[in-house]
Design a protein around this ligand. Structure first.
Ligand SMILES: Nc1nc2c(ncn2[C@@H]2O[C@H](COP(=O)(O)OP(=O)(O)OP(=O)(O)O)[C@@H](O)[C@H]2O)c(=O)[nH]1
Ligand SMILES: [Mg+2]
Length: 370
């Protein structure tokens, strides 16, 4: 794997530090024992990293977004139903340590795979696992713990408690305090999708103050070169429909953010992209018109080896390839890290970072702690 942990965060956000100081002063002045215990609990919670759960429907792009937030591709991702267990990613120096907590109360230890991913086989049937805790030495996790959750497609009164337990965790002090709800991009959200979101948010006791909606897969739209104008329009419309339950609706190309923040392109990818950038527009259009063919054809006329083409499609999809080509044409001396930065900008990830106070943010965690 290339790249590495994301850059250091700029320390705890000033608002929660101020509230923590206020709690300390208040504790020493309170006479009532019950109140003192309550303020102590708030004080202790503010000293912990904020815990954000990423939830939503199956295959919406939750784990991809988790990897982007981590800056490392640790969470398994797949086109089919993938995440089966609730997984907490927490800061710790024992990087890669995995604890599997069973419903029966036992804890088994394992580690990430050699490629740095969470293993699919965790040593227990998934229905016996309460949750998995992964320790990572990512600076991004110092202020933010992230919970990846299995997709919930239908919330009924019968499974509401299970959904809440899944997103929030089991204990009173050990649960998610904020929610990122991933909505897969469609032209128009149907009433059922919106109801699902509201139900999950309500089941978890979340409100418009601590819930962010993320609109994923915005690069999967038809033939348009630039998906952003339409994505912004839909995000604005979705916000109108969801404003009571979220503080913002942010469009993000998760797969691009994951690639860029994880530094997942290597020198052969850059060489392949340079070759594509040197083609004239019509030849390029011909090549990219049929993406499955582009990714798999072994015909000799292709200017880039098939393995690299396949990797470029998996990591960038069509829009990401076009962004990379445009970047390289504008600045032919662009190196891998500059290319990753350009792709991160094009992914829209910055808007998630600034609202979560996550990597690359300029404050914002205060929003979630309100
Ligand atoms: N083109 C594109 N693909 C994406 C985007 N986000 C995720 N994907 C792809 O969508 C597929 C599903 O992504 P996951 O992150 O596994 O989705 P998930 O919500 O975690 O799925 P479950 O755990 O099964 O509920 C993967 O193939 C991702 O690469 C995006 O914004 N654009
Ligand atoms: Mg998943």
């Amino acid at each position: 794997m290339m790249g590495g942990p994301p850059e250091q965060l700029a320390g705890p956000d000033p608002l929660s530090a101020a509230v923590r100081r206020l709690c300390s002063t208040t504790i020493s002045r309170l006479i009532d024992r019950g109140l003192r215990t309550q303020v102590r609990a708030i004080h202790a919670q503010l000293a912990q990293p904020l815990c954000v759960a990423v939830a939503g429907a199956v295959s919406g792009g939750k784990s991809t977004l988790v990897n982007a937030l981590l800056g490392r591709p640790v969470a398994p991702v797949d086109a089919g139903e993938c995440t089966q267990v609730v997984t907490w990613y927490e800061y710790g120096l024992d990087d890669g340590r995995v604890e599997v907590e069973s419903r029966a109360g036992t804890v088994c230890r394992t580690t990430l795979d050699r490629d740095g991913r969470l293993p699919r086989d965790l040593g227990l049937p998934t229905d016996q696992i309460e949750r998995v805790r992964v320790q990572l030495a990512c600076p991004a996790l110092r202020d933010l713990s992230i919970v990846d959750t299995p997709g919930v497609n239908t919330i009924t009164t019968a499974n509401e408690a299970a959904a809440r337990r899944m997103v929030l965790g089991t204990g009173d002090s050990d649960h998610a305090q904020a929610l990122i709800y991933v909505l897969r991009y469609v032209q128009q959200f149907d009433a059922q999708t919106l109801a699902q979101f509201r139900n999950l948010s309500a089941a978890c006791g979340m409100t418009g103050v601590n819930t962010l909606a993320v609109l994923s897969h915005i690069d999967r739209r038809g033939e348009e070169e630039d998906p952003w104008p339409a994505a912004r329009r839909l995000a604005a419309r979705a916000y109108e429909q969801l404003r009571a339950s979220v503080f913002e609706v942010v469009p993000v190309i998760g797969v691009l953010a994951e690639t860029a923040r994880g530094g997942l392109l290597g020198p052969p990818d850059l060489a392949g992209l340079r070759t594509l950038a040197a083609l004239d527009d019509l030849d390029l259009e011909d090549l990219l018109i049929d993406l499955p063919e582009f990714a798999t054809s072994t015909a000799e006329e292709y200017p880039v080896p098939v393995g690299i083409r396949r990797h470029l499609i998996a990591r960038l999809h069509r829009y990401g390839i076009l962004v990379a080509i445009e970047t390289l044409r504008r600045r032919p001396d662009t190196d891998l890290s500059a290319l990753h930065r350009a792709l991160e900008r094009a992914s829209g990830f910055g808007a998630v970072a600034s609202t979560t106070g996550g990597p690359g943010a300029t404050g914002g965690a205060s929003f979630w702690r309100a």
